[in-house]
Design a protein around this ligand. Structure first.
Ligand code: S3P
Length: 425
């Protein structure tokens, strides 16, 4: 990528459908009774991994222009796949699907790429085993490949040590099949799309604060869903507009689910000019249009309680912090080490290459704002959110910035560069 020499970004765009909601639409739509229609399905590779897994288990899914038709067969309608279920790079597919597979009358094996196969799976093996599941790490290292021999499950009350929507959703989906009530409590509230969708389709699920309980028995009805734009993708363009002088960008139809918009609160606190308009609701999920203008930012502290609501936005918030006055502190961020790459390392290593001063320890990240970014070769670690964050940082660097792997953006936003180019003035 060559330098774009301080060109501003201006215009109106949309972003792909939300990745988290798209995954759940395929999974829960497949377990529902009847035909679901899902408009605005994510164009990202991760959600196609989920789609292929359900196709491999006999679910008929057609895709045309980001619109899916899913012929749901009820919770007992999956069939044994012919081979290993390919998880590619997708942690969400692996962890949520494991909850469903734990209760099927067949054995499955799940395996992904080298990044996926090194991510922690004990966090789901432990609670599923407590529910009576037969699930093990094939290489006995707490990671995928996972071998799951479906069995009869019973409900549990589980205090999750991590605020993780993937862990919570895995347990709630297993709870659909368990005997008795299943209760999950988490330290802080993580994204709640699974709860909203299951409830909306008729599951007997109640959420109070950080506790959700599900009682099985109800059939899930099919859905007609419009997936709102992914706020985690919108965040890159929002920060781009904030840090490049003269910029103004509007992103239409972005999810405003409060468990996802922590990054907007942090940016507002840093002095960002952000306007939200035309707020609407689809299937229990709020969305609206976000307009952002160049702003002089100042530092802030992001607390552990806020982290689950902005976990995927920390790399791009670190770029905003690198342009802000003062030192921004991100607390209790050790979960970042368990993402598609060790994101604490990827952020600090690459920002330092650009001349930005950073500090990190096991659980904290600090970034001190700088008026100048140096040109650099960025090691993206083949992590889509690292690549997109540094492509945005490159907008305010007048030397050359290159990325070791540009294509990894396909995981969540294959047209990321095309949309960015369309905004350059
Ligand atoms: C996701 C939850 C988050 C997030 C991931 C998607 C989801 O992971 O980082 O990109 O769709 O449930 P954790 O729940 O493990 O923090």
């Amino acid at each position: 990528m060559t330098s774009v020499k301080n060109r501003s970004i201006k215009g109106v765009i949309t972003v792909p459908g939300d990745k988290s909601i798209s995954h759940r639409a395929v999974m829960i739509g497949s377990l529902a009774r009847g035909t679901s229609r899902v408009k605005g399905f994510s164009t990202g590779a991760d959600c196609h991994t989920t789609m292929e897994a359900f196709r491999a288990m006999g679910i008929e899914i057609t895709e045309k222009d980001s619109e899916l038709t899913i012929k749901g067969q009820g919770i007992h309608g999956l069939s044994k796949p012919a081979g290993v279920l390919q998880m590619d790079n997708s942690g969400t597919t692996t962890r949520l699907l494991s909850g469903i597979l734990a209760a099927q009358p067949f054995v499955t094996e799940l395996s992904g790429d080298s990044s996926l196969n090194s991510r922690p799976m004990k966090r789901i093996i432990t609670p599923l085993s407590l529910m009576g599941a037969d699930i093990r790490s094939k290489n006995d290292n707490g990671c995928a490949p996972l071998i799951i021999n479906g069995s009869r499950l019973h409900g549990i009350t589980y205090d999750s040590p991590v605020a993780s929507a993937q862990v919570k959703s895995c347990i709630l989906l297993a709870g659909l099949y368990a005997q008795g009530e299943t209760v999950v409590r988490e330290p802080f509230l993580s994204r709640d799309h699974t709860e909203r969708m299951l409830k909306g389709l008729g599951a007997n699920l109640i959420t109070e604060g950080v506790t959700s309980r599900i009682i099985p028995g109800n059939d899930l009805s099919a859905m007609d869903l419009v997936v709102p734009g992914d706020p985690s993708t919108a965040a890159f363009y929002i920060v781009g507009a904030l840090i490049v002088p003269g910029s103004e960008v509007t992103i239409r139809n972005v999810s405003l689910n409060p468990t996802r918009t922590g990054f907007l609160n942090v940016l507002l606190r840093m002095g960002a000019d952000i306007r939200i308009e035309s707020v609407r609701t689809s299937c229990g999920e709020e969305y609206g249009d976000i307009t952002t203008r160049y702003s002089e930012l100042h530092s802030t502290t992001v607390t552990g309680e806020e982290v689950p609501s902005l976990i995927d936005e920390i790399p791009i918030l670190a770029i905003a912090a690198a342009r802000a006055k003062g030192t921004t502190r991100f607390e209790e961020v050790k979960e970042l080490k368990a993402k598609e790459s060790d994101r604490i390392l990827a952020i600090t290593e690459n920002l330092e290459k650009m001349g930005v001063s950073c500090y990190s320890d096991d659980n904290t990240l600090e970034v001190t704002g700088s008026e100048k970014f140096n040109g650099a070769h960025i090691d993206t670690k083949s992590d889509h959110r690292i690549a997109m964050s540094f492509a945005i940082a490159a907008l305010c660097c007048d030397e050359e910035v290159t990325l070791s792997d540009r294509d990894c953006v396909r995981i969540s936003c294959p047209d990321f560069y095309k949309a960015l180019d369309s905004l350059l003035r």
